[in-house]
Design a protein around this ligand. Structure first.
Ligand SMILES: [Zn+2]
Ligand SMILES: [Zn+2]
Length: 250
């Protein structure tokens, strides 16, 4: 099977594939690491990409809504956030969700490609450093989804952020209590309905400032419902940290 990217491997890897992978790991230890995107052995920038590929990453708009990160004229809150303020107080993202970060995030999320997570976590820790935070929480997966996937990508990212900032990580605080259909392709209204009361917070968070971690911020519906559950248990402020923010229709 031909892979679209050098790091893309099929889930049903044969023993020969495993051997090849082992040999590659050994080679990686001797040779300089390769860029996840172009596969060239170059000095790795950003823990995953070479400098040339990293230069293609799309930044967020310079003037943006502090709550949801969409472009605004002077960096003021957008109309939607003014009219219906979300339960989260502000959001932090490293990039706009676009090529080439999009296939990296997909690989991180669905194919257990963890290589970029440490770099993303370290950068998000630095970016959120101005927010006086008490603890770090990942957006949870429903138990069935977690069992099928084997890991929660948000927890993997949250681990690095918590470590870099020296903050407690509380993964068993917020729970996804309802299995929901995937959000992709749903309208905003359908997303809101799909996620209503999907999260439950099982810890008293009175007066706490929470850094909530997810991989991507799309419409903000997931972050909003999760933040609602945290605020219902007394959280004072909820900040969302993601790798990338979707800024245009897919
Ligand atoms: Zn490259
Ligand atoms: Zn906004």
């Amino acid at each position: 099977m031909l892979s679209a990217y050098p790091w893309d491997s099929p889930a049903d890897a044969s023993f020969a594939d495993v051997l090849r992978c082992g040999a590659r790991t050994l080679l990686d230890a001797i040779l300089p690491p390769r860029c996840f995107l172009c596969g060239k052995a170059r000095e790795i920038n950003d823990g995953a990409l070479c400098a040339a590929c990293a230069a293609d990453l799309t930044p967020l708009p310079a003037a943006r809504c502090p709550r949801c990160l969409i472009a605004t004229t002077h960096g003021e809150s957008c109309g939607a956030c003014q009219q219906h303020p979300p339960y989260f107080d502000r959001a932090y993202a490293l990039f706009a969700y676009d090529f080439p970060v999009s296939p990296l995030i997909q690989a991180f999320k669905y194919r257990a490609v963890f290589a970029p997570a440490q770099s993303w976590g370290t950068r998000l820790a630095a970016l959120t450093n101005d927010a006086a935070t008490d603890c770090v929480l990942p957006i949870p997966l429903h138990a069935e989804r977690l069992k099928a996937r084997g890991y929660n990508q948000s927890l993997e990212l949250a681990r690095h952020i918590a470590r870099a900032r020296g903050l407690p990580l509380l993964p068993d605080t917020l729970h996804k209590i309802r299995a929901t259909t995937p959000q992709a392709g749903l309208s905003l209204k359908a997303r809101q309905k799909n996620l209503r009361r999907a999260f439950e917070c099982r810890r008293d968070l009175s007066g706490k400032n929470i850094l909530l971690v997810d991989d991507v911020l799309t419409t903000g519906t997931t972050a909003n419902e999760a933040a609602r559950a945290l605020k219902a248990r007394g959280a004072r402020a909820v900040w969302i940290a993601v790798v990338a923010r979707t800024l245009r229709e897919a």
